[in-house]
Design a protein around this ligand. Sequence first.
Ligand code: NJP
Length: 249
Amino acid sequence: EQKTVLITGASAGIGEAIAREFVEAAGGNIRLVLAARRADRLAELSRQLKQSGAQVHTAQLDVSDRATIDAFFAALPSDYRDIDVLVNNAGKALGVEHAGNIRDKDVEEMFATNVLGLIKMTQTVIRGMKERNSGDIVQVGSIAGIESYPGGSIYCATKSAVRSFTQAIRKELISTKIRVMEIDPGAVETEFSLVRFGGDATKAKKVYEGYEPLKAKDIADVVVFNCSRRANVVVAESVVFPSAQAGSY
Ligand code: NJP
């Protein structure tokens, strides 16, 4: 059966790896909706995935601009509208300042992207899933949502908000065939740190000094595995981090 998978933040890192992994696992028999702000990156990824047989719709979407999310869904081609799997992956941390020093703008951007955008995407997709009584929702959270750390106050708060929201909707949907899953990565080598340090590659690299971070594919493997369990099995939360980080969890 051909599934339609919608992934936010598909232009890089974990989202891109999840897209590749879904296509590989389905042997190309899949429809993907790839959304992010960088349309050029999505176009290149789409070109590659189509070569593997996937049908791909790309859409420029800034999830932090909630007013545009309805228009994004309205513009989906008809055969991409019944979303079987939603992967809410778009997200970011900005800075490592103590709470009093974090700029309002960064607080707002983190909440708008990681929380408000994710909520609106989920609410919209749930409506169709309820009508069809099927679907998988995958939230990309973080170990930061389980255990807070200095310098991460706002980011941690956004990810624990994701976790609370996700737990509640899992319970709300308990009598349906909609599965609600969360994956909480530890350190993964993507553009995440580069974004966090405003493009400063030297600072971004220092984050991983002394240990080997995960690859985006390590997370993508788990997401696709979880979604491919038989319908009665819900892997509610997967916490996945590099072994050297285990002691800090
Ligand atoms: O980061 P990165 P990851 N609207 O920067 C997109 C979580 N996580 O893959 O819009 C729509 O390589 C951006 O695309 P673009 C993390 O919190 C990570 O590591 O074109 N999309 C890009 O595709 C996040 O939730 C680590 O710039 C927006 C993608 O998001 C998820 O993993 C640890 C957007 C980010 O790719 C993926 O992050 C952890 C917007 N407003 C949790 N803003 C880690 N890497 O160590 C950004 O615990 N994007």
